[in-house]
Structure formats: structure tokens, C-alpha cells
Write a protein that binds this ligand. Structure first.
Ligand code: BES
Ligand code: ZN
Length: 421
């Protein structure tokens, strides 16, 4: 009996031999991407589709987007990616889901927000923010970009990608020093070797409420990236990780103790469908972690426009975006803020947004004028002028965000208020 089952299993495996490379996966993508996909394979049909709710923050005249859920042959994904790149002027444009169930959940839109107390977004920590801002230095950001872009590549499956994660962990551990309220861990992912890195500063009296400041540590040169590919990813996204590292350095060096918990994250595997951040955001949601806000820094060092910081309005939270604009006005009055959008789930903020957490994405330029060298061997520091002055502005905004949101204590509980009556 056992023998028979083994034989059947072997026969099935050998039948699946060719199909193994052609496994169906669930992806979601917008209307234009869907039409391109149907050109590649006319037999493909949308399993489910959903018109996104009109987003009041969308720029005027922007069409509402329909999102489709489709099962496709995994082997088709690189061709789809190329087609989207060529025809729609962007690179990914679809999200790969681990299962049909998760694909459906994602299509239903951001899960109902957790029952956290809405943050107040008050700006009332001028003394601390103004003391710390001048300590942020572009020379440190430059150094981190130099080190990270010095890896052959930081792709999620290569030895270099693993080493780069380990390097960030060791740098962040040095920043943490011997503080017992600060930890650095590497978050392992089940399906690939590159780990995400998380530095946590535990809140003093409102520790359950958490802020997340993240960027992605991986890099790519697109289809076919492997061990020997040269993918410096200086702007995408060594710059974001470097901007965040400088914020962590200043907060820790000054012995800043937040009332809420602050987590810095360097995500693995962003370039292959936001997979690292998606794992983490789902885990946090499952464990009912109260994330009061998530800030994404992905590409901070290439100034493509007259304005300095662009707040992306899609897959983000409008109230938190307004808070960021107000922070910039209060603390960085010389900076000009603009608004733009990707039009698709282009970076890790979308992973937090999908789990119902307020997310924001301040970016280096408008979408149309962003760094043309990303995903190529020319995404080097030289392409951003061998300086990190633009990236410094993002550290400044992120530091103001961390301190203003991190310094809030617990709101009075309804039951306590009732008791006092
Ligand atoms: N940093 C980019 C996102 C980006 C590029 C934002 C250009 C704005 C302008 C990110 O690393 C990326 O490449 N994202 C992918 C999509 C992701 C789901 C694989 C992309 O944009 O193609
Ligand atoms: Zn990228």
C-alpha cells in the first residue's frame, strides 16, 4: 500500500515536472496591468475584481482604479513585469499573494483598523525636536549609502543580500549600545534567506502603542537578478535605510526615551512584491499590535523636482499625511512639500495600509520625475551627486514624526473616566 502510494506520488511529481516551473500564483493588479496580462495570455480571467473606493486624497481628475484578482502561471510574471514596465512606465504593478484566501482579504481592502485610540497629531514637543534636529548629519547618511551600495547586490536570495542584512543588524546594535530598553533583532522569513532587521526602543509608559519607521534593504536589477548581478541600489533603497539609521543614531545618542514604542525596520524582499513587509505587517495584525502609524522611506536622495518632499496620497492615510505636512511646516519651514502618487502598491507602506494601519510615504520627487537609474547598475551615489543633502531632509521629517508621535502617553481610558465621575 505504502509502495503504491509512493509510486503514485512519484508519478504525480514527474507529471508535475514541467508544471513545477509553471506554478499558478495569485496576483492582484490594476485595470491597465490586467489588460496587458490578457494580451500575454488571452485565456486569463479575473477571478474577482473590486473598484477601489474613491479616495478623497487622490489628485483631481485621477480615475478610480479597479483591482483584479487573477491566477497566473508564475513563469509569466517576468514577462508581465516587463510589459508593465514598457507600456505603463513603472516596474512592478502587481502584488503576489501567498494564497487565495490572502489574495481575497487584500482585495477587500484595508482590514478594519484595530481598536487603537486615534493619535492626536498634536505638535507640542518643540524643545526636544529642535534640540535633536541639528544633530542629524548628511555625512553619516552618505557613509551608510556608500557601505550598502558597496555590496555586489542586496537581492533577497543572494549571499550578498544576506550579508547586507547582517551588516545593518550589526550597525544598529552598535547604535543601541548597552541600553536595556533597546533591542535589535532579525526577522526570519519562511521562503527566502534574507532577514528583515528591527530595532525597537521600548516606550516608557505607553509601550503597547507602536510607531514603525521603515525602508527596504534589498536591491534589484529586475528580471534575472542573481548572485553575480551588480545592483548597487544606492537610491532604491540604501538611501531610505541610511536616512532612518541617522534618525536612530541621534535618538539613541541623546538617550531619548519615547512614551510609545518606536520600531525601525529594514525590510527584506520589497523588490519582489513587498514580501518582507507584508510578512511583518500581517504578523503584527495577527498579534494585535497597536501600530499608531507607519512611515516608509524608499528613495530619499535624488532630487528630481523643485519641491523637496512629496507625500504620496495613494495607499496612505490622509490624516497622517496632513500631520506630516504640518510637521514640515512647523520644523522645516524652508522645505517645499508636494503631493504625488504611484497609482499602484509601489512600496512597503502599502503592506501596513493593507492591514488597516495608518501609513505614509514621503518621497524624493513626484512619481514622474523620480530617479531614472533605479533597478539598474547605475543606481549609484554618483547618480545623486555623491552627496546626501536631499536624504537629510527625510531624516529631519522622520525625526520630527518619531518624537511628536512617540512622546504621547496613554489617553485616559473610558472606564477610568467613568470611575472618576
Ligand atoms: N522604490 C520603488 C518604488 C518607486 C519607484 C516609487 C519609483 C516611486 C517611484 C520600489 O522599490 C519598487 O521598485 N517597487 C516596485 C513594486 C513592488 C511591488 C515590487 C515597482 O515600483 O515596480
Ligand atoms: Zn525598487
Amino acid at each position: 500500500m505504502l509502495k503504491l502510494r509512493q509510486t503514485i506520488l512519484l508519478a504525480m511529481l514527474s507529471l508535475a515536472g514541467t508544471a513545477q516551473a509553471a506554478q499558478p500564483v495569485w496576483i492582484s493588479l490594476g485595470e491597465q496591468g490586467y489588460q496587458l496580462l490578457r494580451k500575454l495570455d488571452a485565456g486569463i480571467k479575473s477571478q474577482e475584481s473590486r473598484k477601489l473606493a474613491p479616495n478623497s486624497a487622490l489628485a483631481k481628475g485621477e480615475a478610480d482604479e479597479t483591482v483584479h484578482l487573477v491566477a497566473v502561471d508564475e513563469a509569466l510574471l517576468p514577462r508581465l513585469s516587463d510589459a508593465i514596465h514598457e507600456n505603463l512606465r513603472h516596474c512592478g504593478g502587481f502584488i503576489v499573494h501567498p494564497s487565495l484566501q490572502e489574495a481575497r482579504a487584500s482585495l477587500r481592502g484595508p482590514a478594519a483598523a484595530l481598536a487603537t485610540l486615534a493619535p492626536s497629531y498634536a505638535i507640542d514637543n518643540q524643545a526636544t525636536v529642535n534640540k535633536l534636529l541639528p544633530q542629524l548629519q548628511d555625512s553619516n547618511i552618505l557613509g551608510t549609502i556608500q557601505s550598502l551600495s558597496g555590496y555586489q547586490n542586496r537581492f533577497y536570495t543572494t549571499s550578498h543580500g544576506v550579508n547586507a542584512s547582517n551588516w545593518i543588524a550589526s550597525q544598529w546594535k552598535q547604535l543601541a549600545g548597552s541600553r536595556s530598553d533597546v533591542t535589535v533583532e532579525q526577522f526570519s522569513h519562511a521562503s527566502w534567506p534574507q532577514k528583515s532587521v528591527i530595532l525597537t526602543i521600548k516606550g516608557t509608559d505607553n509601550a503597547a502603542e507602536t510607531l514603525v519607521l521603515g525602508g527596504h534593504l534589498d536591491s534589484t536589477v529586475g528580471n534575472g537578478t542573481g548572485e553575480n548581478s551588480r545592483a548597487p541600489g544606492a537610491d532604491d533603497d540604501a538611501s531610505g535605510v541610511a536616512s532612518l539609521t541617522e534618525v536612530a543614531r541621534v535618538l539613541l545618542a541623546s538617550n531619548y526615551q519615547p512614551r510609545r514604542t518606536i520600531k525601525f525596520m529594514a525590510y527584506a524582499a520589497e523588490e519582489v512584491g513587498l514580501r518582507g513587509s507584508s510578512d511583518i505587517a500581517k504578523r503584527f495584525k495577527q498579534q494585535q499590535v497597536k501600530v499608531v502609524g507607519a512611515l516608509q522611506l524608499d528613495m530619499t536622495n535624488y532630487q528630481g523636482d523643485a519641491q523637496d518632499i512629496f507625500l504620496f496620497t495613494d495607499y496612505t492615510n490622509a490624516a497622517q499625511n496632513t500631520f506630516l505636512a504640518n510637521l514640515a511646516k512647523a520644523y522645516l519651514p524652508n522645505l517645499k512639500v508636494g503631493y504625488s502618487q504611484c497609482g499602484y502598491a509601489c512600496s512597503d507602506h502599502a503592506s501596513w495600509h493593507a492591514q488597516g494601519y495608518p501609513a505614509s510615504f514621503p518621497f524624493e520627487s513626484s512619481f514622474d520625475k523620480s530617479n531614472p537609474y533605479i533597478h539598474s547598475s547605475s543606481d549609484t551615489l554618483a547618480s545623486s551627486g555623491n552627496q546626501a543633502r536631499h536624504a537629510l531632509k527625510f531624516s529631519q521629517l522622520a525625526l520630527a514624526y518619531a518624537v511628536e508621535l512617540g512622546s504621547d502617553g496613554p489617553a485616559a481610558k473610558a472606564s477610568k473616566v467613568a470611575e472618576l465621575r
